[in-house]
Every structure is written in structure tokens, then in C-alpha cells.
Design a protein around this ligand. Sequence first.
Ligand SMILES: [Fe+2]
Length: 376
Amino acid sequence: MINTPIDVSTTADEMVVAWSDGTRSVHASLWLRDNRPEDRDAHSGQRLVDIADLPTAPRLAGAKIVAGRIEVGWQDGTPVTAYDSAWLQGQLHDAADARPELRPRHWLEGSTIDGRGEFAWSTFAELRSNDALRLRWLTRLIEDGIGFISAVPCVEGAILEASALIGRVAETNYGVLFDVRSVAKPENLAYSDFGLGLHTDNPYRDPVPGFQVLHALVSTPDGGDSLFGDGFALADYLRVTEPAAFELLSRTQVPFLYQSAEAELYSEKPLIQVDAAGRLRAVHYNNRSIAPLHMVPDQLLAFYAAYRRFAQLLRETRFQVRLKLGDGDLVVFDNRRTLHGRTAFSSERHPRHLQGCYLTRDSVLSRAGLLRRGVR
Ligand SMILES: [Fe+2]
């Protein structure tokens, strides 16, 4: 049912609206002044004024409901401003209601999760032909930090067709896409038979790749299983069980370095990043590319202890989802949250070939937002 305004009253400093669902909302005069529709460009909707252009304490002269809109008068002679009541109502909702990136759903005990049953799975054909299904799949990808597509054609480059349904590919020094298979003298241990512990990719970049896509072209029956862990759930577990370790890992800048014939990449960041509100923003963990630490001895030893504790958590199999990507399976995961790894395999006995690429984070969130608005 549409919620409509049924009564409105003002003081000089604020407006109070009573809504048909029985709720009330309070709006400061300065906020109302900052959000006058007239102060936005008619075409782009972008704001034409900034805070320095506004009076510090604009005074309201009154308000009334007219044809579903709320008209507000000003004591300083500014023309009456009409606010669309549906727009005003929309401002009252928690932003997380609309945006899945603001409501991550944590999954700590990975070993209890059936990766084929409890995460989003769709076939490539369904995802391509059904926008409503693609929106549901993308929403779960963003909330869970991981999603899967099956029946992607087992041909080289098909990953790019699948990726185009999800977001925009970010080219790096590894190329538009990269081949994950064993080679002699690999520049990255991903291109070997080694098992790899849980990690995130490329913390030495700025920005760190947002989402990673891996497409299994040739799977191996013997080893090479995929491992995943929820870095946000693990960071929260550390925050609750060992707050001092969490504090250290979220406040210590750590250097990461990658050097090859084509690239020199260096970036510093904490292993656990939180935003100004204390919410988890990213987890960066890659033992292969962490550079030598330079700290005074006391700090160094305290950091090492916290770092070791986090590493121990990542090794606990109870925190890991394990599954085998079959031929044509494709996984997408949030590379700033979901850690990935694999068990060892023997490429001599059974060759294994995946192709991978990275997607910018904002393009994936934008794709979901466009589909919410009904734009293909
Ligand atoms: Fe990796």
C-alpha cells in the first residue's frame, strides 16, 4: 500500500509529517533547503549548489499538503518548494533495504555448507535470457560474496561472454583474462600444481580487483578442489574472540609487492579494512605477496602474533567451503571479501585448465542497480 502524508506541521527549524501508516517523520529545515528540487540540474539530477551556498539556519514559514506533494514556505522569501511525497518517503528507508552491498550475509562455518545447494547457481543460458533471474542471482552474489554459473561453454574466452552479464572486465598485467594451468618456472604460484591456502588476489594493486571470475575448462578428478572462506565472517569472528588482534590488523599498514618482467606493483593496506562507521570494508590476505615488514621490534612482534592468529583461522577446515568445479562451471566471488584457495593436483596425470578475469567492483553493483530499475 502506498504511504501518503496525512498531516504536516512546522516550527521555524523543522517539519513534521504524519503518514497514512501511522508513522511520523521529522525533517530539519537545513536538510530541506539542501534538497530543493529547483537546486538540481533538470537533466542530470545533479546538485547545483553546495553547502557554502546555503544559509546556516533557513527558517520555515509553514507547509501544506497539495495533491500528494508537500509545499514548504521559507521566511527569507525563497520561493515555495514542493517535495514529492513518494521521494520524501523513500528517504526514510534504510539504504540497506535497496542495496545488497550494505547487507552482507556472513557464512562462517563453511564446512557445513553445501556449496552447490546454498549459494546462487544459475545456468549461463538462464542468466542470459532472464533478467529477473539475473537480478536475483546478482543480489545473492553481492550479499554472499560468491555465486556460480553452470553450463558455460568449455571454450577459451567464453568467460568473457559470461562476465559481460555481470560487470565490466578490468584488464591487468595478466591480460584481459588469464590462464590458470601449470607451466614451467611460473611467475605466480597459481600457475603450478601447488595447493594454495585461502587468499585474496592482488593486494599489491590499487584498487584491488573487485570481483574475480574463474571458469573451469578442464577439471581434474584427482585434487584441484576449490576452497572458499568468508573473510568478513572470519574478521568478525576475530573481532569478537580476540579484539586486540582485530584492532592491530585493522590499523597496521602492510606492504604488498609484485615484481615481474612487465610489472612493478606496490601497495600498502591493512589486512582487515573497516570504514569510518566500523563496518568491514575489505580483507586482504596473500602470504605470497606480503613484502618484508618494517616496524619497531615491539610493534613487529605484536603484529606477527595477530597475523599468525588470523592465518591459523584461515587454515581451519571448518571455515572452508570445499567443492570441485566441473567442466563448464564458473565461480564469481568478491575478491575483497571471499578468500579462495585450492588443493594440490598433478598436471602430469590430469591436466587442469581454468581461465580467470577480474571485474571492477562498482560495475557489478551498478549492473544489479540497473536491473532493479528495470534497465537491461
Ligand atoms: Fe588466487
